[in-house]
Design a protein around this ligand. Structure first.
Ligand code: TYM
Length: 331
């Protein structure tokens, strides 16, 4: 079976965007591919993290993976910092990369545009190289991500090809897997922007996976729509379109069905339907997360075993990289 790799960084609490754009797709792909899923904490520290929050979120994200349906028997799940090979491979890739290609990353351009050049964190600049290491170490060919990460997977392909051409065929060439409906879930307050929990976002703009039903109802009722007043799936109504996309990702219905369903009705009823659809999906998941977190040892055991397996696989690739580069080895 082909390998699929993906991860979420434990910065801020995970959102409905992370769930629909990433986790939900992993769950549906896990029967087709060998899944390797990480809680990518090395990525999280590209911006300062409160140490206690980082710890708490890392285990919570693991619980969310399992509660959402990632089968720990069939997939490898681990915390990135437990597998030292990632940081090491990232350095080897760094020495096969160019400032120019990293400078072209849209996410870097966005994140750095607000600060003066001198104070842009180096980690934010170099981070796609760590992401490339994550993917290439496992020979992953499928990388299920949201649209915002596609460019990083493309860079990973370039780096892999370059390494293979310079040395020998060490790496498989990965492909991003993006689900059309959930590729980009938009902010509820500004539907031109990706839904994200970054500090610049208005809290009413995002739904957290662990938000209570009341909060979800409140946030959806405040979601920005338009003055047209008719539920329609069109680019002229980005707020309504985003809500339809949300619903369709969850219940698998077509946008046209939703439009038909609310043909004679107003936004209030439509939003109630959206909120209840989200709650129906998230509430059972939240209960499972809470249940799983009551026994952290069980999660820790799975993560420990995951790190052991991940370490074994990644070490083989790392050895190949080192051998090809020409590092002296003592047999
Ligand atoms: P991160 O932690 O920002 O987001 C995790 C995943 O959620 C997706 N996502 C969204 N999808 C649709 N709509 C949204 N509003 C939305 N917000 C987030 C992201 O596309 C991502 O798939 N660098 C990555 C983590 C990473 C990784 C990897 C992913 C590290 N190494 C290797 C794949 C393979 C990141 O920062 O994702």
């Amino acid at each position: 079976r082909k390998v699929m790799f993906s991860g979420i960084k434990p910065t801020g609490d995970p959102t409905l965007g992370n769930y629909l754009g990433a986790i939900k797709n992993w769950v549906s792909l896990q029967n087709t591919y060998q899944g390797i899923f990480s809680i990518v904490d090395l990525h999280a520290i590209t911006v300062h993290q409160n140490p206690e929050d980082l710890k708490k979120r890392s285990i919570e994200i693991a619980a969310i993976y399992f509660a959402a349906g990632i089968d720990p028997k069939e997939n490898i799940v681990f915390i990135q910092s437990h597998v030292h090979q990632h940081a090491e491979a990232a350095w080897l890739l760094t020495c096969n990369s160019y400032m120019g290609e990293l400078n072209r990353m849209t996410q870097f351009k966005e994140k750095s545009s607000k600060s003066v050049k001198e104070s842009v964190p180096t980690g934010i600049f170099a981070y796609p190289l760590l992401m490339a290491a994550d993917i290439l170490l496992y020979g992953a060919e499928v990388v299920p991500v949201g649209k915002d990460q596609v460019q990083h997977v493309e860079l990973t392909r370039d780096l892999a090809n370059r390494f293979n051409n310079t040395y020998s065929n060490v790496f498989k060439i990965p492909k991003p897997f993006v689900n059309t409906g959930s590729a980009k879930i938009y902010d509820l307050q500004d539907p031109t922007k990706k839904m994200s929990k970054s500090e610049t976002s208005n809290p009413n703009g995002y739904i957290l996976i662990m938000d209570s039903p009341d909060i979800i109802r409140k946030k959806i009722s405040k979601a920005v729509t338009d003055s047209i007043g008719i539920v329609n799936y069109t680019d002229e109504q980005p707020g309504v379109k985003n809500l339809i996309d949300l619903v369709c990702c969850i219940n698998g219905r077509e946008s046209s069905e939703i439009v038909e369903l609310f043909k004679e009705k107003g936004y209030k009823e439509f939003k109630e339907y959206v909120a209840e659809t989200i709650i129906n999906e998230l509430e059972p998941l939240q209960n499972k997360v809470k249940f799983l977190l009551e026994d952290k040892h069980q999660i820790e055991n799975i993560l420990k075993e995951g790190a052991r397996k991940a370490s074994e696989i990644s070490q083989k690739t790392l050895d190949e990289m080192k051998k090809n580069i020409g590092f002296y080895s003592i047999g």
